[in-house]
Ligand binder design. Sequence first.
Ligand code: NAD
Length: 252
Amino acid sequence: MDLKDKIALITGAGSGIGRASSLLMAKQGAKVVLVDFNQETGEETLKMVKEQGGEGVFVQADVSKDEDVQRYVQTAVDTFGRIDVFFNNAGIIQKFAPLTEVEETEFDRIMSVNVKGVFLGLKYVLKVMENQGCGSIINTASTAGVRSEHSTSVYSASKHAVIGLTKSASLEYVKKGIRVNAICPGGVKTALTNSVEQMFVQSGYVPEEIPNMRMGRYAQPEELAEMVAFLASDKASYMTGSVVVVDGGLTL
Ligand code: NAD
């Protein structure tokens, strides 16, 4: 019970890495505030949390909207009085295309969720944590945030930006008892990867890394959740500003 009585706020909690992390952190004793754009899947995660004996609430919100972010942060504070852990995780993948063929609207769509959403979450949660004098934040970047990726230039740029925000926030708040780290998943079997696979088929482009994943398989979301729960907990007390790659050797 490494997270006993901690209050954990999770975005993108309705699916994949966000859902697995919500379930694991709840199992480790955290009370969870689940945020997702998708009401149905978000409520489903809450039901799963309760079925395993946990406690939590769900907030339907779009992380790219300032008023929605203020509302989910306020709900966490009103419901549980504090925010100990923030898993700033919601993100979307771009439509595969060479850079010259990416529409401006697609650039804006990706940046508004993957960068603005992460920025707004940090902005309002850091204020709460600053008043408390403690907290742990985990932002979801990607291996696309530490190297180039074919046909996903804007997604890659957005994830590089998440790492920039992580390092800046960790530096600015290190003296205030707040730790800010990022995880970089490689390929994880989620709804997001299913849509990537469909795009591979449609575009005829399959990156060498996918069939040749060093471990010969995708990660399961639960394998990322273990790192999230570790970074959330006091076991990671000396870690801040770290960019933790969890990719089964993909970037080797
Ligand atoms: P997923 O699609 O299974 O889950 C993402 C969740 O975020 C969904 O429930 C979706 O409804 C929610 N969401 C999307 N836009 C939102 C918005 N504007 N407001 C609120 N919620 C929103 O995907 P996943 O694979 O679990 O991805 C989680 C994070 O991990 C993302 O940031 C993604 O970029 C990152 N990531 C995933 C992989 C992978 O291989 N799956 C690899 C690297 C990084």
